[in-house]
Ligand binder design. Sequence first.
Ligand code: AMP
Length: 219
Amino acid sequence: MRIVFLGAPGSGKGTQSQRLIERHGIPQVSTGDLLRAHVRDGTALGRRAKVVMDAGKLVDDATILGMVRERLAQPDAARGFILDGFPRTIPQADGLNTLLADIGQPLDVAILFNVDDDKLIKRISGRRSCAHCGQVFNIHNLPPAGPGSRCTQCGEPLQLMQRPDDNEATVRHRLAVYNEQTRPLIDYYRARGLLREIDADAAVDAVTARVEQILAPAG
Ligand code: AMP
């Protein structure tokens, strides 16, 4: 199964990807995560990307495509993958088509996660993650606070972090960038008969059920 998850920041693509990894044994390829790993490791690419990411802008297409090409060549991607947060521009989508044609693995489906902008802003500004394992929480559904509070995923003492680009001003900019540069991909994939849509404002389990329903015919 080769899947693109399309949707604004905070629409739940990452959460649903995590669930599919477990159920279907295919990796999530998140260009945001790949870039954050470069930033953490202090690579030249990471130092360049950090400035762009902190401003809520997009990293250039050539850098992103190079990173994805390298990632999809790893053995774990041979049985399929979920592309999360990629492509984000028409040139990236064109580059992906070329790349997938080269490796003889065409895309099965592009799933669009629909959520209203005002809800996204609230969701993303409340987003926090465990400093140890990266598990994502929201200040509205945190594990109980206080001494002895532990991460429900890894069991380490709970220490929460906020992404530098998850503050409200940067989130508004990221949404504007999404609307301008990524939204055109909806028509792009619709025109190719690959687009399926989801109401991603529903409860997490309901969204998963809908994703699975879409994927069932894809096998
Ligand atoms: P994300 O974790 O997907 O929200 O991505 C965080 C940031 O990484 C974005 O705001 C961009 O600065 C950068 N980024 C991630 N994926 C891409 C992409 N496909 N194209 C350009 N920039 C990206």
